[in-house]
Design a protein around this ligand. Structure first.
Ligand code: FAD
Length: 306
């Protein structure tokens, strides 16, 4: 109930304005977001890399209906990639891109523009020796995003995809993408989805996650296990025990279970941290609140006591 309300609020302009205008929100937002600009993003990347973890950076923003905004997002990624190269970080830091931030929802030629924009980001990433992963958004975008992935992989075979275990279709998508060279981030899924396309019970989502994990770990691709769930991490570790350590990785979000992130890295596994930055933090922040009621309590408490 709380999750649905928060996810509905994540798409409300009125609530967005209210939350963004409250200065007291800032300290809580800071827990999940590296900072407003590329300087903060590069600094955070340096800190995370220093103790052996890897990074994927997300320039925050989504659902743009404005072509100029989509172009500005591409420029922001190009700038970020230049800065990562200058800092010497591109061997262990890559970028994550939401296609809706680079034009997928534009009313005219949205998919074509998103493909071309993503192509520019991939070319720049390839030129500095790093990779790109396409984030996955709500289920209405899944076919379009996987279609763009296939087009991009013709020139950039290292482009990664995200699959969401809560979607009923995902086990089959895992089979389709468990081939050599294919990088797949498996997560539970963060959007509000109808029962017609997505499992609604947490237990069913977890079971689906394990089925998908088995497909990916048995395949020849590169599974990226994106979860903070201790049970799923234990199962993934067991399924990966006969795989070379450089043939899979774990991933977690910036600000969530950082000690566990360091423990996994110290145990010799690749551990990548998803680091978001920028001032368009509202949708991302609300999805993090929706994932965990304790975060809402933390947020409300800080509003009262700050
Ligand atoms: P949960 O069952 O939600 O959580 C398990 C435990 O983890 C909790 O008990 C708690 O201890 C801890 N935890 C989880 N979430 C939080 C939180 N917000 N704050 C504090 N503690 C928490 N979703 C998409 O739909 N598309 C994407 O492209 C996408 N990319 C992602 C990339 C990465 C690297 C990660 C880690 C997640 C991504 N997600 C994405 C989000 C994902 O779908 C889940 O919503 C999120 O990871 C929570 O699920 P969980 O597997 O951690 O399990």
């Amino acid at each position: 109930m709380l999750r649905s309300t928060l996810l509905a609020a994540s798409r409300s302009e009125a609530i967005r304005e209210l939350v963004e205008r409250t200065p007291l929100t800032r300290p809580v937002v800071k827990r999940f977001i590296s900072g407003d600009d590329v300087d903060a993003a590069v600094a955070t990347t340096g800190e995370v890399l220093a103790d052996g973890r890897y990074v994927t950076l997300d320039h925050l923003g989504e659902d743009t209906r404005d072509a100029e905004q989509a172009t500005a997002t591409v420029e922001a990624y190009l700038d970020l990639l230049r800065r990562l190269e200058l800092a010497g970080h591109t061997d262990r830091a890559e970028v994550s891109v939401k296609l809706s931030a680079v034009g997928q929802f534009l009313p005219v030629d949205g998919e074509k523009i998103a493909l071309e924009n993503a192509r520019r980001i991939c070319a720049a990433a390839g030129a500095v020796g790093t990779t790109v992963t396409l984030d996955m958004e709500d289920h209405t975008t899944t076919d379009s995003t996987l279609g763009i992935l296939h087009e991009l992989r013709v020139d950039f075979p290292w482009v990664g995809a995200v699959l969401q275990a809560y979607l009923r279709r995902t086990e089959q998508d895992c089979r389709d993408l468990a081939h050599a060279g294919s990088r797949v981030r498996l997560c539970k899924g963060a959007y509000k989805e109808p029962a017609s396309v997505a499992f609604q019970d947490k237990a069913d989502v977890d079971l689906s996650y394990v089925r998908c994990l088995k497909v990916l770990m048995a395949g020849e691709g590169y599974p990226m296990v994106a979860s903070h769930d201790p049970r799923l991490i234990a199962i993934a570790t067991e399924l990966a025990k006969d795989r070379p350590r450089d043939s899979y990785e774990f991933q977690m979000l910036y600000g969530i279970r950082p000690d566990e992130q360091r423990r996994i890295a110290a145990a010799g596994h690749r551990m990548r941290v998803y680091v978001p930055y920028g001032d368009e933090w509202y949708g991302y922040f609300m999805r993090r609140l929706a994932e965990r009621p304790a975060n809402v309590a933390f947020f409300l408490r800080s509003l009262i006591t700050t």
